[in-house]
Ligand binder design. Structure first.
Ligand SMILES: Nc1ncnc2c1ncn2[C@@H]1O[C@H](COP(=O)(O)OP(=O)(O)OP(=O)(O)O)[C@@H](O)[C@H]1O
Ligand SMILES: O=C(O)[C@H](O)COP(=O)(O)O
Length: 408
């Protein structure tokens, strides 16, 4: 178990707080959604109210992407959310960054620049090597403690996630604590346990399916979204050119063989869509799998109503449901039905846990509520749902193994 903010004597302490405020960015560079910033308000407010001196560390986007931007808009928004000035510092570990951190008073907060503006932060290291990166050697000398609240990035072993806890006392923030509480005890949730795997990250979904079936964690796996299409193809269903080409284009051709192997091994526990929705004459049109393939241009964009009834029956007997990824192209009104109705059915299950950033935003836009837990994490939640350790959490648990680098 990791230490939490309850174990940290905060007053007068300079704390580096790693958060995950990686957010969608509008064309003009502003934040398109602040949900991930709001998630960290409790941790940051608590540290500031308890007299901490807070330096926020975070990444935004990936090098080369349109959303690979500075954290200035994030600092501005945090200032509004925390109802206090939050200064943005345009460097992360240089002498200027150290100076800004040294100048903090009790209750002050700054946001340091996007950690991924430095190439090391986009590489994976073991904690010992991460402790010797420029970021950690440059910034750790002016910090007294490290708080990791970035659950959504905890599946990465990047320096800001695994390096600091190797040289400083580390603590889980409130978001991290609550995510670990819920997702770290999947084995203890009541059975029957059903996993619903949709969305577009097919290899991840198949990894999860293999893992939870092998470990005996899942009574049933329900497939939907692009993952459902890949499983149908693996089962010998011809989805037509549009869906098949899409699977090719996304590089998921090998996944069809993996899905076929999974069906051979665990076919009775894996449920496949019984019908799909395509666009015909500008409208939603449902086709049973026996009526496939559709016309060449018609792609399977959602699960149909027979699939919904079939999956709802399985969910009626479930006591735990774990969901990741939408059931269809929920962004288009004609294809939101599968996601809305499937998630509505799932929200009535005794324990209902949702992971995935796109999934969380789908639920917000479709107005579906009532889950036991909606995770802030996509990849990190998926990894935890397979009961696999997260490198950033392991680094926190292991504690410091190296001396804190000296201040100059
Ligand atoms: N049948 C389908 N055909 C094409 N795209 C689909 C289909 N079903 C779902 N999608 C797409 O899948 C995308 C979401 O999948 P993704 O796996 O990224 O979700 P997520 O796990 O919740 O997100 P993340 O892991 O990024 O936080 C949506 O943009 C949706 O349009
Ligand atoms: O959005 C996420 O899933 C996290 O912020 C991690 O981002 P990454 O996939 O670019 O490492």
């Amino acid at each position: 178990m990791t230490d939490t903010l309850d174990d940290l004597d905060v007053e007068g302490t300079t704390v580096g707080v790693r958060v995950d405020i990686n957010s969608p960015i509008d064309d003009d560079g502003s934040l398109a959604d602040d949900a991930r910033l709001r998630a960290h308000v409790d941790t940051l407010s608590e540290l500031l109210e308890r007299g901490g001196r807070v330096a926020v560390l975070a990444h935004q986007g990936r090098p080369g992407g349109d959303d690979f931007v500075s954290l200035e808009p994030h600092a501005e928004r945090l200032s509004t959310l925390l109802e206090r000035p939050v200064d943005y510092v345009d460097v992360t570990y240089s002498s200027g960054a150290r100076e800004a951190v040294r100048n903090l008073d009790d209750g002050d907060c700054i946001v340091l620049e996007n950690t991924r503006f430095y190439s090391e932060e986009y590489m994976e290291f073991d904690p010992d090597a991460a402790a010797q990166t420029h970021l950690v050697e440059g910034l750790a000398p002016v910090l007294d403690a490290y708080v990791n609240d970035a659950f959504a990035a905890a599946h990465r072993s990047q320096p800001s996630l695994v390096g600091f806890p190797s040289v400083l006392p580390g603590y889980a923030g409130r978001v991290m604590e609550s995510e670990l509480d819920v997702l770290g005890s999947i084995e203890e949730t009541p059975e029957p346990r059903v996993y619903v795997l949709g969305g577009a990250k097919v290899s991840d979904s198949i990894d999860v399916a293999w893992s939870v079936l092998e470990k005996g964690l899942a009574d049933h796996v329900l497939t939907a979204g692009v993952a459902g299409n890949v499983f149908l193809t693996a089962d010998g269903v011809d989805l037509g050119d549009a869906s098949t080409d899409f699977i090719y284009e996304q590089g998921y051709w090998d996944e069809i063989d993996r899905a076929a192997d999974l069906l051979d091994a665990y076919g009775e526990q894996v449920a496949l869509p019984r019908d799909v929705a395509v666009e015909r004459d500008g409208e939603r049109h449902e086709l049973g799998v026996n009526a496939l393939p559709p016309a060449d241009s018609e792609a399977a964009m959602d699960i149909g109503s027979s699939t919904l009834s079939y999956y709802e029956r399985i969910l009626e007997d479930a006591r735990t449901v774990i969901l990741n990824g939408p059931a269809g192209v929920f962004e288009e009104a004609a294809f939101e039905n599968g996601t809305r109705e499937l998630y509505n059915a799932a929200s009535g299950v005794e324990t209902s846990i949702v992971g995935g950033g796109d999934t969380a935003s789908a639920l917000r836009s479709l107005g579906v509520e009532g889950f036991s837990h909606v995770s802030t994490g996509g990849g990190a939640a998926l990894r935890m749902l397979t009961a696999e350790p997260l490198p950033a959490v392991t680094a926190l648990e292991d504690g410091p193994k190296h001396q804190q680098p000296a201040d100059d």
